[in-house]
Design a protein around this ligand. Structure first.
Ligand code: DOR
Length: 448
């Protein structure tokens, strides 16, 4: 059947359009032992256990979601590592960075190792875990941040969900002084949030969420942490930037600071989202009015934004039904990140090159991920195969999260993930889960 020179792989993707560093190319992709081993016209030259004709589909480097809350341990009625990563791959995401506000908090080596143990053989996609930066572990962070499977240090400057908080200037400085990697920051000013909470307590109206946690709360914290980082010469990553003012400020600090935006800040708009969705639209920092959303899109266009993070933060519908402001902030997002962004592409809001930069090349570049972020021979075979023209309606029933809902229930989108490959194996085939979990701990370049 095969000639003597024919090579054999695990998976062969034939006839798709592949987004490589050269641009969009109509080429085949061969994967073996978790890696991309050949690109080009491979028909007759390669064979594989799994040969898939993907004519008409587009192959993207596996999508990296650098902000998810998967709630394990301690809050597994909302989510766990299996369901969270299952949602990820069904949505075309192949790697995630998971956040430390679990119970217990992820503060020490033992907490990180417990998460790595829990993920082994259960995670459908690759994973790394953030260590929370706090007053009690600040001096150990330079060791903790370099542990295998650690995504780096995450700091909550304003309280959101859970007990992790570092708002004191001395503590923030101690955190920034101990370590070298980029520190990821939730930037909302705690003192201002406390002062302003009374504004929303009497009315119980979720439409006031952006009034409580206003633009200044975000800008003050962002300015403060950037100033402190400059003083101690540390790099930063500002998570879920939500305001026009922060974007204008961050555009002047790009040498030190990388920038994330979320699909919900790009897709939902106040006050309409609160009127339609109530507390299901409640997130921290809040979804704001249109002028902010326009500034976020402009910052994508200008290249100021480096990555997209879904900030997948599930709470049950029952929890979300508590009266505002007792209703917890957070919504699911890991599974809808790529469908929403493909829909934005189809609406002309960003190019495919920019989409790849934000969803894979960008996170690989700023976090120093080994073997990720591009479709190239020798790189890891994590691939998101999408149909740009497929029209689907996002439904709660499709959502794998234990919380079982999405704010986009009922929304039609154009562009949809069809197959997902993790570690050179097909884990989603024709939109359905296939095979076994293949996720591994992500590896980071030592120089980070
Ligand atoms: O809305 C949010 N929910 N923002 C955060 O930063 C935390 C998250 C959560 O863990 O629920």
């Amino acid at each position: 059947m095969s000639d003597a020179r024919q090579r054999h792989g695990d998976v062969l993707l034939l006839g798709g359009i592949v987004l490589t560093p050269n641009g969009a190319e109509r080429i085949d992709v061969a994967c073996r032992d978790g890696c991309i081993v050949a690109l080009g016209d491979l028909r007759g030259r390669w064979s594989a256990e799994n040969e898939m004709d993907i004519a008409g589909l587009l192959v993207l480097p596996g999508v990296i979601d650098s902000q998810v809350h998967f709630r394990e341990p301690g809050l597994t009625h909302k989510e766990d590592l299996e369901s969270g990563t299952r949602g990820a791959v069904l949505g075309g995401v192949t790697s995630v960075f998971e956040m430390p506000n679990t119970h217990p908090l992820t503060l020490w080596q033992a907490d990180l190792e417990a998460k790595l143990d829990a993920a082994r053989d259960r995670a459908w996609c690759h994973y790394a875990f953030y260590i929370g930066g706090s007053g009690i572990n600040a001096e150990q962070l330079q060791v903790l941040e370099n542990l295998p499977g650690c995504a780096g240090v995450k700091v909550f400057m304003g309280s959101s969900f859970g007990d992790l908080l570092a708002d004191d200037e001395t503590v923030l400085r101690r955190i920034l002084e101990h370590g070298r990697r980029r520190v990821a920051v939730h930037a909302e000013d705690e003192a201002r949030l406390r002062e302003r909470k009374a504004l929303v307590e009497t009315h119980g109206d979720v439409r006031q969420h952006p009034l409580w946690r206003d633009e200044s709360s975000a800008l003050m914290a962002t300015e403060r942490i950037v100033r402190l980082a400059a003083e101690v010469n540390r790099r930063l990553h500002i998570l879920h930037v939500s305001t026009a003012e922060e974007m204008a400020f961050l555009a002047r600090h790009k040498q030190r600071v990388s920038v994330e935006v979320t699909p919900h800040h790009l897709s939902l708009v106040a006050p309409e989202c609160y009127e339609r969705l109530g507390s299901l639209a409640q997130m921290n920092p809040p979804v704001r009015e249109r002028r902010h959303q326009e500034a976020l899109w402009k910052a994508i266009q200008d290249g100021v934004v480096d990555v997209l993070g879904s900030d997948h933060a599930p709470h049950t519908l029952e929890e979300k039904a508590s009266a505002y402001p007792r209703s917890p902030s957070g919504m699911t997002g890991v599974q809808t990140l790529l469908p929403l962004m493909l829909d934005h592409f189809n609406a002309g809001r960003l190019s495919l090159a920019r989409l790849v930069d934000l969803t894979s090349a960008g996170p690989a570049r700023i976090f120093g991920l080994e073997g990720k972020g591009r479709i190239a021979v020798g790189f890891d075979a994590d691939l998101s195969v999408v149909d740009l023209r497929a029209r689907r309606t996002i439904r709660n029933a499709w959502i794998a999260s234990r919380s079982g809902w999405t704010p986009y229930d009922g929304q039609a989108v154009t562009g949809w993930p069809i197959h997902t490959l993790v570690n050179g194996r097909i884990v989603v085939r024709d939109e359905h889960l296939s095979g076994a979990p293949r996720g591994q701990a992500l590896r980071f370049l030592e120089t980070q």
